[in-house]
Ligand binder design. Structure first.
Ligand code: FES
Length: 307
């Protein structure tokens, strides 16, 4: 019969070689891994640059392939040749451990910590390469948002004194439309600008006031509104002379042209912006300035500058 102390076998300690790298030349292997991560990082930067400047697919594929391959090689070599390999088997016996066992465990644990600490530079390089690849992966989402609109959506080509012209560039004379007539006009020198397209109507032979403060905006009964619907941007092109209303064919918004194109039906949230007109000395129609409001969908209600 034996005592507990006699039967307790000392646990097998992790021998030194378990925690040592298996690489024959550790320094050289570390350098190889570091270079792999650096190559991965540089390839990722190349990928970002190629993507930003819309490089061709081959360049993008090459950079992405090189980045992932370099990262993969680095991680694999690191794990295979610089990390402890095991298998780590430790016999467990009666508890509590002796002070020698605890001391041995502490020693072996600290040896492992030392191994990890020694690779901190590689860890940082891995973070740099993998992190930059993660950031570059966001580029397609960012670019899919499209170019920045900047002020383009707030500004049309209408200025003070802009000559009204038709799509073919012919100036609009004050005798061109009969009462009840309608045409699409543009500002001179920008006769293809969708955002500046304007519907010119002559509902009356004499001036009239669409809203207080707009007494001089309708010379000889001509009135002009933005053709871009304030609901979703469709062209408002259907004019009904009997009711003096404009209809947007997309979702049937109806605007009263005698009262400042206020919507009287449909989803349009606000009136069509009006263009103040005047007739020059030669009888041609010109704008007094830009539209009274930004053109286009209801987004503008959340704030915007002059059109
Ligand atoms: S776009 Fe005009 S009503 Fe919807």
């Amino acid at each position: 019969m034996s005592t507990g102390e006699e039967t307790r076998k000392e646990p097998t300690q992790q021998s030194g070689p378990h925690f040592e790298p298996t690489a024959r030349d550790v320094r050289r292997t570390e350098r190889f891994v570091a270079v792999s991560f650096l190559v991965g990082f540089l390839a990722t930067v190349g990928l970002a640059v190629a993507y930003w400047y819309r490089g061709n697919d081959q360049a993008l594929g090459l950079a992405l392939g090189l980045a992932t391959a370099a990262l993969g090689v680095g991680v694999t070599v690191w794990g295979k040749y610089l990390m402890p390999q095991g298998p780590f088997v430790q016999q467990r016996h009666d508890l509590p451990s002796t002070s020698e066992v605890r001391g041995a465990y502490k020693d072996s644990f600290e040896r492992g910590v030392t191994v990890f600490r020694r690779r901190s530079v590689l860890g940082k390089l891995l973070g740099l390469a993998a992190g930059s690849l993660g950031v570059v992966a966001l580029f397609p989402f960012v670019r899919s948002l499209g170019p920045q609109p900047k002020k383009a959506l707030f500004v049309t080509s209408w200025r003070k004194g802009s000559l009204l012209v038709q799509a073919d560039g012919r100036p609009v004379h004050s005798d061109d439309l009969e009462v009840g007539g309608i045409m699409t006009v543009f500002p001179e020198h920008d006769s293809n600008a969708a955002i500046s397209q304007t519907i010119l109507i002559r509902p009356s032979a004499v001036p009239f006031t669409t809203q207080p403060g707009r007494e001089t905006w309708t010379p000889k009964g001509y009135v002009a509104y933005s053709k871009v619907c304030t609901h979703a941007g469709c062209p408002v092109a259907l004019y009904e002379e009997q009711t003096q209303q404009m209809l947007c064919p997309c979702h049937q918004s109806v605007f009263n042209i005698l009262s400042g194109a206020v919507p009287v039906f449909g989803p349009a949230p606000r009136p069509l912006p009006q263009l103040a007109l005047y007739i020059d000395k030669r009888g041609f129609l010109r704008s007094q300035g830009p539209y009274n409001e930004p053109v286009g969908p209801g987004f503008w209600e959340r704030g915007g500058g002059p059109a």
